[in-house]
Every structure is written in C-alpha cells, then in structure tokens.
Design a protein around this ligand. Structure first.
Ligand code: SAM
Length: 247
C-alpha cells in the first residue's frame, strides 16, 4: 500500500518531527495517533516510520515519529533551473512543476525584462516559492526538497563559476536544438554524473545584451522548436527532455 510521505522539519538518528501546519494537518485532519505508519523524509533520506507522539496546539503542534527502516530514495535530477522572474502566478506554477519533475535547485534571477515591481517584490516572495516547492515535493513523493536560491541579478548568475553544462533556452536560436546540445554534453568524457543548469527567459524574452553575456560566459543557446512557448511551458518541455536522457 502507498503510504503518505511527510518531509520532517527536524530529525536525528532515531526520530523525526513535523511542526506547524504539517503537524496540525496530520493531527487534526488525518487524526494521527501513536503507532500510525507513514513514510518520512528526514535530511534527504526516506524512512518507514511510526508516530510516537502527537501534540495538537495550533502553530505549536508537533508530530514525532520513530524511524523504523530506511527506504530506497530516488535522487533529484542534477539540474538547476535558472528561472527569470516574471508574473508571480505563472512563475509559481513553474516552480511547482519543476519540483514535480525532479530539479535539484531553482535559481530565480532578475532579468532586464523582469517587470520592476516584480523585481522589487522578489526577495519577500522567495519564502512562498520555498513553501510551494515543499508541498510539490511532498505531493510528488520526492525524498528531498529542491533548493530555492535567493533571487540575484541575471548577470551575477550567468557569470558565477559552475561545473555544470550550462544551457540557455533561446527562442531566437535556429540551429542548435536542446537534444543536440545534450547529445554532445553526454558524449564528452567526464567523471561522474553530468549536471546541468538551464536558463529560462521572462515573458518578454532575453535582451540582446543578455544573449551576448550568456555567450561570453560559455552558456549554450538552444531551441525547443519553431514555436514560441510561454516560459512555464518551455520549462516543462526542457526538463522533460533532459530527464529522458538522465533517468
Ligand atoms: N520574447 C518572446 C516573444 O514574445 O516572441 C517570448 C519569450 S518566451 C514567452 C519566454 C522564454 O521561454 C524565452 O526567453 C525562452 O527562454 C523560452 N522559450 C520559449 N519558446 C522557446 C523556444 N521555442 N525555444 C527555446 N526557448 C524558448
């Protein structure tokens, strides 16, 4: 039987604890009681666990588990999505879907065509993106929650040192497809599992100076085909293609 999976806020070698909203939901809605079984993620490891104690007290609520046996966990895809900040409702959708598809990290960045008021609000919004990723990771039965980095300027992200194969999704690109770039990256000899960083533009697309900056810093521009996709559609399409190569 498939058990629900919970991502613990606190843990040690033998126990794990849910607090706040998660604990309250488990205690009040699911009527958690001692001995109830669940799968619990503790520090990126998944355990079969049993409820040891329940405290129902609003924001102070707590559900503590005894960890029984460790289960085999699927690792995240070694992909960081460098996501330009754009309309928050659509961007949140992209965060949720990227999490379901298995990305290891999401790096929000302020592009030239990110609207000013969204750029200003982004720092406060990041906690909400983390909560969305947490919920999506639980729903997708992931054994970890992707890292959601603090927002930075596009130039900081593009120039940062990285070992990953860096790909920029560019609707103007006509020759190199994502598959072509992946074939090349995976054919080149390198130690261990390759990792990828994939940059996605805002609704208005990349400014010419940004395209030049990507190019100067070794990012490969790729096409997802002749149609112009919404940013969140492009994110899902690209992650699905990369996942099909890695899984
Ligand atoms: N500036 C564009 C326009 O209005 O013609 C639209 C930009 S699109 C909505 C947002 C982002 O999605 C792009 O910057 C790019 O990163 C990605 N994207 C959309 N369609 C793509 C395609 N066919 N190939 C590669 N990337 C694409």
């Amino acid at each position: 039987m498939t058990r629900r999976r919970w991502i613990a806020e606190y843990w040690d070698e033998a126990t794990a604890t849910l607090v706040g909203a998660q604990a309250e939901h488990m205690a009040r809605v699911l009527r958690a009681r001692e001995g109830m079984e669940a799968d619990v993620v503790a520090g990126g490891r998944v355990f079969h666990a049993e409820v040891a104690a329940v405290t129902l007290s609003g924001e102070e609520s707590e559900v503590r588990f005894n960890l029984v046996t460790e289960l085999v966990a699927d690792p995240a895809l070694p992909i960081t999505l460098a996501l330009s900040i754009y309309k928050f409702d659509r961007m949140e959708w992209a965060v949720e879907k990227a999490t379901e598809l298995g990305v290891a990290a999401i790096a929000p960045m302020i592009a030239q065509r990110t609207e000013k008021h969204l750029a200003q609000a982004a720092k406060k919004r990041v906690e909400r993106w983390r909560r969305i990723a947490h919920e999506a990771a639980k729903q997708a039965r992931r054994s970890d929650v992707p890292i959601i980095h603090d927002p930075v300027s596009l130039s900081e992200r593009v120039r940062a040192a990285s070992q990953a194969t860096r790909i920029v999704l560019a609707e103007q690109e006509r020759t190199t497809t994502l598959r072509h770039a992946l074939d090349e990256a995976l054919a080149s000899p390198q130690a261990g599992m390759p990792s990828f960083e994939i940059a996605l533009g805002p609704e208005g697309g990349w400014a010419p100076s940004e395209e030049a900056l990507f190019d100067a810093n070794g990012w490969r521009a790729v096409s997802l085909g002749p149609r112009i996709l919404r940013a969140e559609t492009a994110a899902i399409a690209a992650l699905t293609v990369v996942a099909s190569y890695l899984e």
